[in-house]
Design a protein. Structure first.
Length: 202
């Protein structure tokens, strides 16, 4: 049973990385579920501090995921059409076999969405699409950093409980990382400092 939970948990934290960009997948939430599954194994002792702090980070990220794109759109005079266009275009671009298809699709989708909202002013549509696109990039990068942090934490905990217990006096650095919560310190710093550094000007 531990093996199944270990595999499912790892799949979840990896899928969460893709969910950082795909609107149909809540990346941080999926990654957190992966951590939760790891703690359901018999070899990993339940740690409510780690699960609680990580869940709090997921909640904060989920809130910022809605506010940052909206802020970028408003700064550039955009509409909700641009936000929806960004998400739809990115999803379509993800399946188009071209380099950086999801990035190109996100921008094109935002531009088309703004044209649907107001086809008379193409300059406004372009400026608004830029705001929606930048908001999308900022939000996706923030989610990606958190999901990568969850992956690192998953690997650390898994090694600490499934590998180091079988090999005494090895991988001591993992114990040091867990005890000092350095990964979480970095993640919390990024969550609270990165959004404030985003400046979207006309």
């Amino acid at each position: 049973m531990d093996t199944i939970l270990l595999i499912l948990g790892f799949v979840c934290v990896i899928v969460g990385i893709f969910g950082s960009f795909l609107p149909v997948l809540p990346g941080p939430i999926v990654s957190w579920i992966g951590l939760l599954l790891l703690y359901f194994t018999e070899k990993v002792a339940m740690n409510y501090w780690i699960l609680g702090i990580s869940l709090l980070i997921v909640v904060i990220i989920s809130i910022l995921d809605y506010t940052i794109p909206a802020k970028g759109t408003r700064k550039f005079g955009g509409s909700s059409y641009g936000i929806w266009g960004t998400n739809i275009g990115m999803l379509v671009g993800f399946f188009v076999p071209i380099p950086f298809g999801f990035v190109i699709g996100a921008f094109v989708g935002a531009f088309v969405g703004e044209l649907i909202y107001n086809s008379q002013d193409k300059n406004r549509a372009l400026k608004a699409a830029t705001g929606s696109f930048l908001g999308f990039l900022a939000s996706s990068f923030m989610k990606l950093v958190v999901c990568l942090g969850f992956v690192a934490l998953y690997v650390v905990i898994a090694f600490r409980n499934f590998v180091t217990k079988k090999i005494p006096n090895s991988f001591e650095i993992w114990d040091l990382i867990i005890e000092n919560y350095r990964i979480y310190s970095l993640m919390i710093f990024i969550v609270f400092s990165f959004p404030s550094e985003i400046t979207l000007t006309k």
